[in-house]
Design a protein around this ligand. Structure first.
Ligand code: FNR
Length: 184
């Protein structure tokens, strides 16, 4: 079972990206163990805070360190990924030399109600992850134009076309992590 640290780019309760993370967790529960990280208590990055570190920082860094891979599930805000994600990446890459993303397999997915489903924000996130020295999965891409009727209240997929699309993504993601991390 591969352990996946999941960073969701939206903090709101009814987030469709949080829902997508839960749907993927359910769909892949036979091979991937999702740990959706709590990011709401992570302060904005401030170098001074290293003098008295808020507990969220070491907690999140450890959860990422212990994972076999990292999955980002982010909405697109103004044609980029969200500040919640950027802030978590900034904390994770510091102090210099203690970058928890370095060499880590990473995948990026996301959904918006719009027609192009977070595509632009995902491209920007991938380039930031390359700078953080993560090993980024290129294909298949997962931009989802959100339609609530595709899912039920228990995070199961109702639409067969969506199921087949997401299952294909999970299979490739699983193989990618195995190839990069060597973990069966
Ligand atoms: C948005 N939204 C949005 N959608 C999109 O497809 N492209 C975009 O650039 C933006 N920009 C944007 C900026 C800001 C500040 C907000 C709050 C929203 C709409 C967004 O996709 C929608 O609110 C999603 O529901 C947000 O995801 P969660 O919170 O439901 O996961």
């Amino acid at each position: 079972m591969k352990r996946i640290a999941v960073l969701v780019g939206s903090l709101r309760r009814e987030s469709i990206n949080r829902k997508l993370a839960r749907v993927l967790a359910r769909l892949s529960e036979d091979r991937l163990e999702f740990n959706i990280l709590e990011l709401s208590d992570l302060p904005l990055y401030n170098e001074d805070l290293w003098e008295g570190l808020p507990p969220a920082v070491p907690r999140i860094k450890k959860q990422i360190e212990q994972a076999d891979a990292v999955l980002f599930v982010s909405p697109e805000y103004n044609r980029s990924f969200t500040a919640v994600i950027k802030n978590a990446i900034d904390w994770g890459t510091r102090p210099y030399g203690q970058n928890v993303f370095s060499g880590k397999p990473a995948a990026v997915v996301g959904t918006t109600p719009g027609a192009i489903g977070a595509a632009v924000g995902q491209n920007q996130l991938k380039s930031v992850l390359l700078a953080a020295n993560a090993i980024v999965m290129g294909q298949p891409e997962l931009y989802l134009s959100w339609k609530p009727e595709q899912f039920d209240d228990e995070d199961r997929i109702v639409s067969e076309a969506t199921r087949s699309f997401l299952e294909n993504w999970v299979a490739h993601c699983d193989q990618f992590i195995e190839r990069v991390s060597g973990r069966p």
